[in-house]
Design a protein around this ligand. Structure first.
Ligand code: DSN
Length: 422
């Protein structure tokens, strides 16, 4: 990847950007929310549309000169409609969190009640954590996964909703390895006559490909981010029925944002177009098959997976049963030294702090993009296990690092010409 103009004007930033390209090439990106977008998406995001103000929506802008911004935004909307089948789509949220904010703003008043999954059980900050605006503006009660199965207990959730009487029930998660039963969540929303917001940020690509069931047509609102499994670059998206279209559009603009990031919306249009290509379904299926292969191998090594496995793109390892004295941070740091980049994560029933929790979360979207199959993912599981078992053994970390080098060479992401995977 070349930065010809930047190199001559700003060598310091160039050096950081080149460092990042090399870092991504030479390490295994296993943070479950990350992926590698195509060069076509990168070009769209780096385009002249970054210069354009386009407050409003296609054909209803407040400024002139928006004809190409209109084209791009309409393409993003049309392609998203084709992927997800929603009646109305807003592609302007700057992120998944802002997509959630847009929904709250559209249908809740300050002080209204949210029922959502606890962060330590796999939820997200924007679902109502006290440190987040959602936890400060609204009243929040949280559900948890079943301590035995590690899964959502839909009957229990329905009872919880009946008692708490929320205005909105939030589903869709950041660290939940199992298929979500959207109808089960909807039943809980129905007993309370509440809205249902399904946040599919992590699984936007899996839902688009049909690898995970879709909440579209079940939940009132479906939100997501566009840079994770869908590989369409940074940003957010909101989907809903026509009856809520105006409320959502007004909540996003002028409600909470000014000018849309048109260059990012161009990235979304390109990424959604790529997801409509036949190969994308295969990518999504391979992502899930890879996570399953990795999870099975980690269990063969004696590691404990929350819920006993995975149906999607991530595994959540609870270190306490097999390695009670090892923390997620210990493992995260040693794995990063070895070139495997994932994150320490809280686990259900967490007994440590969020800064040094008892688990690690590992995802396969990025590895699958660069060509990893089940065999290669089993090998990665072996490497993760070796470091989990001896996080402070420098020889083990060095040996794993050598094997990561071999894998990153075999499944190269970038060469001198640019991205290899296309
Ligand atoms: N930070 C993302 C994640 O890692 O799940 C969600 O916003």
């Amino acid at each position: 990847m070349h930065f010809d103009h930047l190199q001559s004007t700003d060598p310091e930033v160039t050096s950081a950007l080149e460092g990042e390209v090399k870092r991504q090439n030479d390490t295994l990106a296993m943070i479950a929310s990350e992926n590698h977008v195509s060069e076509a998406v990168l070009e769209a995001q780096g385009s002249a549309l970054t210069n354009k103000y386009a407050e409003g929506y296609p054909d209803e802008r407040y400024y002139g000169g928006c004809e190409f911004a209109d084209d791009v935004e309409q393409l993003a909307i049309d392609r998203a409609e084709e992927l997800y089948g929603a009646e109305h789509i807003n592609v302007q949220p700057h992120s998944g969190s802002q997509a959630n904010m847009g929904v709250y703003l559209a249908v809740l008043d300050p002080g209204d009640k949210i029922l959502s999954l606890d962060l330590t059980h796999g939820g997200h900050l924007s679902h109502g954590h006290p440190a987040n605006f959602a936890g400060q503006v609204y009243e929040v009660d949280q559900y948890e996964v079943d301590p035995e199965s590690g899964r959502i207990d839909y009957d229990e959730l329905r009872t919880h909703a009946e008692e708490y009487d929320p205005d909105i029930v939030v589903s869709g998660y950041s660290a939940y390895p199992r298929t979500v039963d959207w109808e089960g969540i909807q039943a809980a929303a129905d007993v309370a006559d509440a809205y249902h917001l399904a946040d599919i940020a992590h699984i936007t690509g899996l839902v688009a490909a049909g690898t995970h069931p879709s909440p579209v047509g079940i939940a009132d609102f479906v939100t997501g981010s566009t840079h994770k499994t869908i590989r369409a670059g940074r940003g957010g998206i909101i989907m809903c029925d026509e009856e809520h279209a105006d409320d959502i559009d007004n909540a996003v603009f002028p409600g909470m944002q000014g000018g849309p990031l048109m260059h990012n919306i161009a990235g979304k249009a390109v990424g959604f177009g790529e997801a409509l290509e036949p190969g994308f379904e295969e990518y999504a299926e391979q992502t899930v098959a890879n996570a399953k292969a990795m999870g099975d191998r980690l269990q063969e090594h004696g590691l404990d997976l929350v819920s006993g496995g995975t149906d999607n793109h991530l595994v959540l390892i609870d270190l306490r049963p097999s390695h009670p004295d090892t923390t997620g941070k210990d493992v995260e740091q040693s794995l990063e030294e070895a070139g495997i980049v994932l994150n320490a994560n809280t686990v259900p029933g967490e007994t440590r702090s969020a800064f040094n929790p008892s688990g690690i979360r590992a995802g396969t979207p990025g590895l699958t993009t660069r060509g990893f199959d089940e065999d290669a993912c089993r090998e990665v599981a072996d490497l993760i296990y070796e470091v989990v078992d001896a996080p402070h053994d420098e020889d083990v970390v060095a040996e794993v690092s050598d094997r990561v080098d071999e894998l990153t060479d075999e499944f190269a992401l970038y060469d001198d010409e640019g991205l290899v995977y296309e």
